[in-house]
Ligand binder design. Sequence first.
Ligand SMILES: O=C[C@H](O)[C@H](O)[C@H](O)COP(=O)(O)O
Length: 261
Amino acid sequence: MSATLSAIDTAKFVAAKQACTYVEDGMRLGLGTGSTAAWLVRCLGEMVEQDGLRITGVPTSTRTAELARQAGIEVVSLDEARWLDLTIDGADEFDGELNLIKGGGGALLQEKIVATASDRMIVIADATKKVETLGAFPLPVEVIPFGWQTTKALLEETVASLDVMGETVTLRMDGGDPYVTDEGNHILDLHLGRIGNPRQLALVLNQVPGVVENGLFIDICDIVIVGSGDGSVSVTDINDGTTRTGRIEIDEPANLFSELD
Ligand SMILES: O=C[C@H](O)[C@H](O)[C@H](O)COP(=O)(O)O
């Protein structure tokens, strides 16, 4: 096993490390899902173990719950926590207004509920996630299994009348079977190419019977932290309109990397 992080893992790691500077003792935290959020969970676990940080975490998927427990983080349900100080999560795309596409890993429903129940949401990402206009990444929509083909047809009809480039809708598969979310639902991926009006689309999609939630996060994210392979980070805060840059020193990547396996 190599002790050197790849540029993409370094970018994710430094973004996660920078996000940890927002975490204070006693906080109730929403813990995102995905490869970037996994770095966050590892970094938080290290702070719990080495610095005695006391936090409770509400995971946004069974995968993250398992990872958090392994990292020594106290895990509670959202109903136990009720309201959270901060949620830190990854994203598939974000634009200049910090609107997001999420759900590439299938966890959008719990992620949106948890982020919405938080005082603040921070997204951690590498630079590939930044886009001028959302939509190159297929937009995930969680639908109930009952009548999903009818829901798919209704979604195709719906997006055809909106300001988007493509209209193809595909059922996400897992091997030979439809992908099943933590809530027992399926995911329809909307290949839109370009989303002209994400705010309108987010509202319209949720009007289609069978749709549980869509992966557009509008007015939910407060801060985006972008990490780079050289250890630099940029922090954009939508509330005060600032972007700051800095650098994270990566002193012991080998130790953190060894926890990946
Ligand atoms: O459902 C998954 C989540 O929305 C992830 O946060 C998103 O897909 C980004 O994942 P990653 O950090 O692995 O690119």
